[in-house]
Design a protein around this ligand. Structure first.
Ligand SMILES: Nc1ncnc2c1ncn2[C@@H]1O[C@H](COP(=O)(O)OP(=O)(O)OP(=O)(O)O)[C@@H](O)[C@H]1O
Ligand SMILES: [Mg+2]
Length: 250
């Protein structure tokens, strides 16, 4: 799927968090979104995922405007995200945190099927658990399955959040500072997952302050500064861009 952000502006009272931002991400493309603190990166994710409405502009998925579509329906259409401040159910196990991300599909048959223990429901439940197990394996957190998510250090919690975001085959994935707080071996696992998502035609937007991580993972980089697109290009072009060096890379 192709995600397109077209002329998006977001004002919070007198603050202009985003100003006329346009951005397209195609299937199988990994786009890095970098910029200083307060540049508007998370705000853009909030607008694409639907938790904030833009003051102006349009968000499109495969050409269809979704600007007024609810966050739930956008998630069902395949737009998933992770959060800069990890959002997990602290008292639930790692496995159950990931299972809840598949629950909207339901078990089939509703309450009655639950009561009579219909075989289709039991089968779907098994399939869901098997899928969760394979994602935990792929992300490298299988041994954490029974632990309460609230007990995990930040690096592991970010991997659980990644598993939640990818368990149900996203088409568009927004990652907000996924490498922040990760140990090197965790960042490598994360990078491997990004590569796998690219190969399965997911459109990925990666917000990250770790410039090395961004340059290594991304096909294209967009630089935001004070809510505006300052530059856009290949990782090499961005690293050589004078305005970017001045504003961001130092
Ligand atoms: N809910 C809100 N209410 C008011 N102002 C907000 C809100 N969310 C963001 N802002 C403001 O909008 C601007 C952009 O913030 P945003 O969080 O999108 O930046 P960011 O690029 O993600 O920064 P960081 O790198 O620190 O995460 C900032 O000035 C911020 O204070
Ligand atoms: Mg942010």
């Amino acid at each position: 799927m192709t995600l397109a952000v077209d002329g998006v502006t977001k004002r919070y009272g007198g603050i202009i968090a985003l100003e006329d931002v346009s951005l397209t991400v195609g299937a199988g493309e990994v786009v890095g979104l970098i910029g200083p603190n307060g540049a508007g990166k998370t705000t853009l994710f909030d607008i694409v995922s639907g938790v904030q409405a833009p003051s102006a502009g349009t968000v499109r998925l495969d050409g269809r405007a979704i600007t007024t579509t609810s966050p739930e329906r956008r998630a069902r259409a395949g737009i998933r995200r992770t959060f800069q401040r990890v959002q997990l159910y602290g008292h639930l196990s790692v496995e159950d945190n990931i299972l809840t991300a598949t629950e909207w599909r339901g078990g089939g048959g509703g309450l009655l099927a639950d009561l009579v223990g219909a075989p289709t429901r039991a089968r779907r439940e098994r399939e869901r658990r098997a899928r969760v197990a394979s994602v935990m394996e792929a992300v490298g957190i299988a041994d954490l399955a029974p632990l309460p998510a609230g007990s995990l250090p930040i690096g592991q919690a970010r991997l659980v959040e990644l598993a939640r975001a990818v368990v149900d085959e996203p088409r568009v994935l927004l990652l907000d500072e996924p490498a922040s707080g990760l140990a090197d071996h965790e960042a490598e696992r994360f990078a491997a997952q990004v590569a796998r998502l690219r190969a399965s035609d997911v459109a990925v937007v990666l917000v990250e302050h770790d410039v090395g991580f961004v340059m290594g993972q991304c096909d294209r980089v967009v630089v935001l500064d004070l809510g505006r697109v300052l530059a856009e290009g290949s990782p090499t072009e961005i690293q050589q861009h004078p305005a970017v060096r001045a504003a961001y890379l130092g």
